[in-house]
Ligand binder design. Structure first.
Ligand code: FES
Length: 520
């Protein structure tokens, strides 16, 4: 990796990180430093990515006696698992009717069953391994505005066909009347980072190794697969699992079939018991989702929504304001907003994750990506499915989640997403966000045109100027400044970089490149 050029002397930048915001989960469970891998190592399976997908896979394999090494750029749980709103639901939010259209009734039933199995697995691991993460079963309520109530009738029919335990009830248990809504039994919630801390303990207790600050530069499949780390050591393994939210070992195949979105979350204090513990969502577009996170002296109301495509909103900070306005209408008892954060949602064109053998790769390289807003259950499904594949067992979900699949009924969505990406390459013709770097306020960034080049320019709080090429190293999109998270976000496939140009989120695997010292 290359460091961004500091044009003026400035304090050394902090380590690359994803934005300035903190989730309620990360505030409660301190992230700990994990030792970097310092020498070559070997294991049955190397897992790249220490979020819920990677750690569940590592845990299940270790439970079956496989040796595992897990590596991550950061520390366990520091990626998107810390940025979820932590709903555990088998009620897929792309719409059950849409999923039935795309995958048929059998596919929908399998999808719903797999998410229910994921929740059951988390439940059983928490119980059998004594993980204290507040796991509890709750009902889920979905309500609609008056003019869209017939959509609920349709979803009710499809949900019953899919095998969900669902009924229409007169209203959700909220102070404000929602009108008739769907109630789904036995969904769940938990503290995701407390759960991951439990998995980490179990993996290491079984002899598994976990290494932070260890970047996978190159992943090569074959009889003996290898993972070349950025700082030197090589891991050899019989199989490699890439569970990095978006695969870092694939340039294009999967990225044309999924798109990156930002979703926004706020957390506000409410009196204990003021809001009934349940999962709530509406059917607006973009929709809102709500849950209660119980605390000792008070509860925290967690409200999310206001999604948009990554890198395609110049003022994403207004999304939190809109969320707050919506929340105060529905929950007037809500106190001050104490947390606000955003997370990356990766939406496959056909609504289901890609889990299995990496397309166009050797048979022992596996991927898990495309959370579709259900990253915790999709990540847990990945653990179950990939463990079966690596152990040579059949799995009934393998075809449904096959990363090589082409869902012909999703051709319209595929074309629309890729047209959107293509349109953003025209950004190379733009004049720049500001006429000159002098127009950039401290703590902010903007793209500035220098002749034929577009320069991603960040001015730190001390006035130091940091300049990188605005060309995304993935496939050449023009990055956009995100003032809400203080990151550079690519509108094409969602790669993200810190203010100094260091990659924090793929599919890019390298930093924005330095500009010449003398651009003139
Ligand atoms: Fe693909 Fe930037 S993420 S071009």
């Amino acid at each position: 990796m290359t460091a961004a050029l500091a044009v003026n002397p400035a304090p050394a930048p902090a380590p690359a990180r994803d934005g300035d915001t903190t989730s309620v989960w990360a505030a409660e469970v301190a992230s700990s430093e994990w030792p970097r891998l310092e020498a070559d190592a070997a294991a049955d399976v190397c897992v790249v990515g220490a979020g819920i997908a990677g750690l569940t896979t590592a845990y299940l394999l270790a439970r079956e006696g496989r040796s595992v090494i897990v590596i991550d750029d950061k520390a366990p749980g520091d990626g998107q698992t810390s940025r979820t709103s932590a709903h555990l639901s088998a009620v897929l939010d792309d719409g059950l009717g849409r999923l039935e259209r795309l995958h048929g009734l059998d596919g929908l039933r399998l999808a719903v069953a797999s998410h229910a199995a994921a929740i059951d697995l988390i439940d059983s691991i928490c119980a059998s391994e004594s993980i204290e993460c507040g796991f509890r079963r709750v009902d889920e309520y979905i309500f609609a505005p008056l003019d869209k109530r017939e959509e609920l009738d349709h979803e009710l029919e499809v949900a019953r066909r899919a095998g969900l335990d669902v009924e229409m009830v007169p209203r959700a248990p909220l102070d404000r009347d929602t009108g008739p809504c769907l109630r789904f039994r036995r969904q769940a919630q938990f503290q995701p980072l407390a759960y991951l801390a439990g998995l980490v303990r179990l993996i290491t207790r079984s002899g598994g190794q976990i290494h932070g600050r260890t970047h996978a530069d190159t992943i090569t499949g074959g009889e003996t697969a290898t993972v070349q780390t950025g700082h030197g050591p090589i891991i050899t393994a019989r199989a490699v699992v890439v569970a990095t939210n978006v695969p870092v070992n694939d340039l294009a195949v999967i990225h044309t079939k999924q798109s990156a979105y930002r979703s926004y979350v706020i957390g506000a204090r409410v009196a204990k018991g003021a809001v009934t513990e349940a999962l709530y969502s509406d059917t607006l577009d973009p929709y809102h989702y709500v849950r209660v996170h119980p605390g000792s002296g008070h509860d925290t109301l967690v409200i999310g929504g206001e999604d948009h495509k990554t890198g395609q909103d110049p003022h994403p900070e207004t999304r939190w304001d809109r969320l707050t306005t919506w929340a105060r209408e529905w929950f007037p008892m809500m106190g001050e907003v104490e947390y606000r954060w955003s997370g990356q949602i990766v939406e496959p064109v056909d609504g289901l994750a890609f889990i299995g053998r990496n397309p166009a790769d050797r048979d022992n390289v596996y991927v898990a990506t495309g959370d579709s807003g259900h990253g915790l259950t999709h990540g847990t499904i990945a653990g179950l499915l990939l463990t079966d594949l690596i152990q040579g067992r059949d799995n009934p979900w393998a075809k449904l989640y096959d990363p090589s699949r082409r869902t012909l009924r999703a051709i319209k969505e595929f074309a629309s997403e890729n047209l959107n990406v293509a349109a953003h390459y025209a950004d190379w013709l733009k004049r720049g966000d500001v006429a000159s770097a002098d127009d950039i306020a401290p703590g902010q960034g903007a793209v500035v045109r220098h002749g034929l080049k577009l320069i991603a320019t960040y001015v730190d709080e001390s006035g130091g100027r940091h300049e990188c090429s605005a060309a995304c190293p993935h496939l050449g999109g023009v990055v956009q400044w995100n003032p809400a998270e203080r990151t550079w976000d690519c509108p094409c496939h969602g790669s993200r970089f810190d203010p100094y140009g260091r990659v924090v989120e793929g599919p890019a695997i390298s930093d924005l490149s330095q500009v010449d010292k003398d651009p003139g």
